[in-house]
Design a protein around this ligand. Sequence first.
Ligand code: NAD
Length: 248
Amino acid sequence: MNRFEGKVAFVSGAAHGIGRATALRLAAEGAAVAVADVELAAAEQVVAELGGQGIAVECDITSRASVDAAVAATVERFGRLDVLAQVAGHNLANREPVEAGDGQWARQYDFTFTGAVRCVEAALPHLVATGGAVVLVGSISGVVALGTNPYAAAKAALSSLVRNLAADHGPSGVRFNVVAPATVATRAFKDPRVLEELKAIYPLRRVGQPEDVAAAVAFLASADAAWITGITLPVEGGLTTGPGHLIG
Ligand SMILES: NC(=O)c1ccc[n+]([C@@H]2O[C@H](COP(=O)([O-])OP(=O)(O)OC[C@H]3O[C@@H](n4cnc5c(N)ncnc54)[C@H](O)[C@@H]3O)[C@@H](O)[C@H]2O)c1
């Protein structure tokens, strides 16, 4: 498939994990890719893997100035922008209780939700010019209760965001969607035994790989999803089917 031939993608959080896999997938399908990350040296390594059709850009999604500069550098280099994949993020505190305090709730919300808003706002004028697409990486914990309330709530807010953006900007031809992954084997899981144990909660009896999510991001960003906007697509190995697979 060459769904992104002649197109330009900006992928945040692209130095590692799901973002890296997304950058590789979009480039494999023809896109020129801006590999945007706080870790510039690691981003440069990903660019080296892309086969000459990318740039590394320093980008911290918690800073509007940083995001604006990264998107501007991308458009300056490639002359256009067709895809925003906002992947950067992580859970700032594991198993945080609901009593975490205002500061922790605010920090997670600023990172996860407002960080996505910063990326969308910087990219939008360029995406209107090309009739482009936005894909935000949410989480299945924004759909079902899996612990860590601030992270889950901030990810859930992304689904509301894309519904509203899809309605507001649909007439200009820009689409907005979320992918909501469940457990994906990335550096976010430091202990491989945890991933091994988690296999059992999935009907497909495995956790996800970054490439599983990258394929879904690429689908929603592509013309194959030309009539899909405002949705949250679970990418979750059957997790939300319920406990039926555990019953003999
Ligand atoms: N791994 C999972 O099980 C899982 C499940 C659901 C959702 N997610 C989501 O997927 C996304 C990617 O997670 P991952 O597991 O690939 O993690 P990862 O740690 O492998 O990659 C995250 C990337 O984001 C970058 N990053 C961190 N802070 C940043 C910032 N302020 N600005 C720009 N870049 C920043 C990191 O340098 C890194 O390259 C996150 O949004 C995460 O919440 C992950």
